[in-house]
Write a protein that binds this ligand. Structure first.
Ligand code: ZN
Length: 87
């Protein structure tokens, strides 16, 4: 029996263990005596989560995918408008 990586709830043993890609850590590189952050690196890994957290993560992923597509569509639409103006 494993605990959920996100909320810490115990997963019931009869439920199939669900794994999702979650952020496991973050590296922030800074130069000494400088407030500027040089680089940030996020680490992701597959962790066991409970079904409700899995649902939440899935919904978040779908949302971000939709926004990506919306961005591409907006860009294409912008190009289309530009072409209309140029002709
Ligand atoms: Zn959970």
């Amino acid at each position: 029996m494993a605990n959920c990586f996100l909320c810490g709830r115990k997963n019931p043993p009869d439920v199939r263990q669900v794994r999702r890609k979650v952020k496991t850590g973050e590296w922030i590189r800074k130069r000494y005596q400088s407030p500027r952050v040089n680089s940030t690196q996020s680490h992701f890994g597959m962790r066991i989560v409970c079904p409700s957290c899995a649902k939440f993560l899935d919904r978040q992923q779908i949302k971000s995918e939709l926004w990506k597509h919306a961005g591409v569509l907006a860009l294409l639409f912008g190009l289309f408008i530009l072409m209309m103006f140029l002709h």
